[in-house]
Design a protein around this ligand. Sequence first.
Ligand code: IMP
Ligand code: MG
Length: 232
Amino acid sequence: MESGSNVLNMVRCKRGLPGASAWVRVAKPRMGKRMPKSHREGQESSRKPRERVRVLITGGRIQRRIQALAQEIRKDFPGEPLHLVSVLKGGVFFLTDLARNISGEVSFDFIAVSSYGEKTHSSGQVRLTRDLDSSIEGKTVIVVEDILDTGMTLQYLLRLFQQRKPKHLRVAVLLDKPERRIAAVHADYIGFSIPNEFVVGYGLDYAERYRNLPYVGVLLIGPRLKKKPAED
Ligand code: IMP
Ligand code: MG
């Protein structure tokens, strides 16, 4: 997922720190998928902003919630083969944990999209960059996404999949950011509703980093890391 508005919504500053090294909690750019290029480039420059991640949802909570979602899904489709379709790359961790927790027959496939092209406005420009390997016609399909944000990606995918005549089409998202919604997309299974903050971990990235964190956390960006005073 690339590109984003050049304006960051910096929603909160920690004030009163000596030396004014204020940390900002970073919300998503208003219309885009990622933080602005200028920010990403800043990481490589000499004035590299320091990053920190504050845990929002622990790995344990994520696993427990996924077990419950898996049971709910199986209860809705007892005895039916389920075809999980995940959106690369962010949805992969969620898909594998969900698949492991659903009893009975489960298959899966992957799709990849890039959002908004070169533009940053929210005209719903989502482009398919990798299609599914197999047909979904007549299958019970669960689209598995890391996060439902503006809804543009899922709106595009649901329209595409609906044309392919699945038997059932459902959506499972680990995270939901309802405040950011632009497209009227409904998720059938939601792990956690979260506030409008930029999160990383458990598949979610910032410039391809942090995906491997076992938890979900809010990304905080500050000018300098304050050195911890020595213990003794
Ligand atoms: P949507 O089309 O705006 O709903 O975008 C969904 C996609 O944007 C997700 O699949 C993520 O790849 C990305 N995204 C949205 N919010 C975040 C975030 O807070 N952190 C990292 N990626 C995000
Ligand atoms: Mg994604």
